[in-house]
Design a protein around this ligand. Structure first.
Ligand code: FES
Ligand code: FES
Length: 572
């Protein structure tokens, strides 16, 4: 932020006169959230991309993250906290509740404000008008349909969802238990709260995919920035400087020691007051990088011409999956038609609107960690290892999660704030920036699949062969789960008598791949569904008929010879 002087700014906020003394260039989102405690306005990107921070200024939609405090002078400002009165939902909020339009809820305040700006001008908007009005706000959960319906039906809903009578609960709709808080801005996400005396933590991350590094004069930076309390390095981790999903693979360091394995890996964490922590540059730190050639892509992992990504895996193979059922060769040779192909997919970011955030504080010999997470119990175990203390000494308090989709099954801020708070005995908070979230967290596994399938002239599948190489990136994360699970599910919802499936999870110097809805099976679905299309075309059968004919039925044996216990043919 610029060094513009603090000045008084007067405006009306949610019908109340308000005067603040602020740097004129301070983001309004920070003024609302940090200075005035109105955390209903969310921040997803700080860059005008997501719309989570949408508020109304003189009735117009504005991104609070791109509006400067000085621009509020004399304006009428409305945030989500100004919608309802005395806890009563407005017709718009009630409609969101009735339609199930607030799911994780992180986009909901922005959506509500965008919708309100339209409803203030048009009481009965068309779908086109609603789509136009909401076009600046992203939602990653709902698919928008329910939100659009909620705005169109605002004030028209007569059938509010009611609690079903005893005996009639199964199959009936229920009101979202945490829906009310998501609609009023009262829901607390990872970045919405922290003890007032919290220190701020910022990780310094590698700009290189593979490099050795040294930190030459951390003491000087402490002198230059008196507000800086600690420059955390790997040597400060009191327990095991490694975490990971599997009990026997704790390969990802909290802070890298001496060398990094992917671009975005944390090497140092600065802890202190926010302004000081944000002002420090790499030059200040004396970070010196010695980049080396990185292992890139699946071909790079298999080439064997560079040192392995991790020494304990000399051929870069983290794990293998294998499933065999029947005789696939015989099945293919006896087929009337055969289809085959090669498919590749790239890494995919989860794209949740809420960046990773949380805080930790030490209370005597215990640690309390408030964080947005999908796996509080796994966090408990991991943080205990990292701190070298007993699990019973740790309490994880999960915040509301503003979207996860599997990405928040892995740790992010947890070990960093835990170590800092533990050794400094001060509360420490961290909120990832959007670029930091994109650079440092897990992705969907990129994959290369070769697959072949055969069928009879009547359209019955005869055999299926599958080879999949999954790029698991620099650290294991959920790689073994993906390599193990895909062979089981590689034929999708179809019965195939002869199956051979082999997979590998391979290390590269790329972002770690982790959990993402389906653990590798969506990538496999691209292959099996393409093969279904080609086979049905080859034998002249309708593709849907072909699929129905081959769908797993009750009693069929799956690839691992389990008995199918429900009938998947439900369309008829
Ligand atoms: S648009 Fe403001 S936080 Fe994303
Ligand atoms: S409900 Fe919209 S992002 Fe989750």
């Amino acid at each position: 932020m610029s060094t513009a002087e603090n000045k008084k700014v007067s405006f009306v906020l949610n019908n109340n006169p308000q005067t603040i003394n602020s740097n004129q260039l301070r983001r309004v989102s920070d003024v609302l959230r940090e200075d005035l405690g109105l955390t209903g306005t969310k921040v997803g990107c700080d860059a005008g991309d997501c719309g989570a921070c949408t508020i109304l200024i003189d009735g117009e939609q504005r991104y609070a993250c791109l509006t400067a405090a000085g621009q509020l002078e004399g304006c009428n400002v409305r945030t989500v906290e100004g919608l309802s009165r005395n806890g009563e939902l407005t017709p718009l909020q009630q409609s969101f509740l009735d339609e199930g339009a607030a799911q994780c809820g992180i986009c909901t305040p922005g959506m509500l404000m965008a919708a309100q700006s339209l409803l203030d001008q048009v009481s009965n908007p068309s779908e086109e008008q609603v789509l136009e009005a909401l076009s600046g706000v992203l939602c990653r959960c709902t698919g928008y349909t329910k939100i659009v319906k909620a705005v169109i039906n605002s004030g028209k809903n007569k059938n509010l969802i009611s609690v079903p009578e005893t005996g009639n609960a199964v199959g009936s709709r229920m009101v979202k238990v945490d829906g009310h808080k998501k609609l009023t801005g009262e829901e607390i996400f990872g970045a919405d709260t922290a003890p007032e005396d919290s220190l701020w933590l910022r990780a310094i991350r590698s700009p290189h995919a593979r490099a050795r590094f040294s930190l030459n004069h951390p003491e000087q930076v402490l002198k230059k920035y008196p507000g800086l309390v600690k420059v955390l390095t790997a040597d400060d981790v009191p327990g095991n400087n490694g975490f990971g999903i599997y009990p026997d693979i704790k390969d990802q360091p909290v802070l890298a020691k001496d060398h990094v394995r992917y671009r975005g890996e944390a090497v140092v964490a600065l802890v202190g007051d926010r302004a000081s922590v944000e002002a420090v540059s790499e030059q200040d730190l004396g970070l010196v990088w010695h980049p080396t050639e990185a292992v890139r892509g699946l071909d790079g992992a298999l080439a064997g011409n560079l040192d392995p990504v991790q020494d304990q895996f000399p051929d870069n193979t983290l794990s293998r999956g294998f499933v065999k059922k029947g005789d696939v060769e015989k099945g293919i040779s006896g087929s009337h038609a055969v289809a085959e192909g090669l498919w590749t997919t790239s890494a995919i970011e989860h794209g949740y609107i809420e960046p990773e955030a949380g805080y930790a504080r030490r209370i005597g010999d215990r640690l309390e960690l408030f964080v947005c997470t999908q796996t509080p119990y796994m966090d408990l175990t991991e943080v205990a290892h990292v701190l070298g203390i007993d699990e019973q000494q740790i309490r994880i308090i999960p915040s509301a999660v503003g979207g996860g989709f599997g990405g928040k099954l892995d740790m992010s801020v947890q070990p960093l704030v835990a170590v800092a708070a533990w050794i400094l005995d001060r509360p420490v908070r961290c909120v990832y920036t959007r670029p930091e979230s994109l650079a440092s967290t897990t992705k969907r596994h990129p994959v290369r699949i070769r697959a072949k399938a055969g069928c009879s002239s009547e359209g019955k599948l005869t055999a299926f062969e599958f080879h999949g190489d999954f790029n698991t990136g620099a650290y294991a994360s959920w790689g073994p789960t993906v390599a193990d699970r895909v062979p089981i599910h590689c034929t999708g919802p179809y019965f195939v008598p002869n199956v051979l499936s082999k997979t590998r999870a391979l290390f590269t110097n790329e972002s770690p791949s982790g959990a993402f809805r389906g653990f590798g099976t969506p990538q496999a679905a691209i292959a099996h569904e393409a093969l279904m299309d080609t086979l049905s075309e080859k034998i002249g059968m309708d593709p849907l008929e072909f699929r129905i004919k081959n769908a797993l039925r009750k009693g069929d044996r799956t690839n691992t010879r389990c008995r199918q216990w429900i009938c998947l043919v439900w369309m008829r």
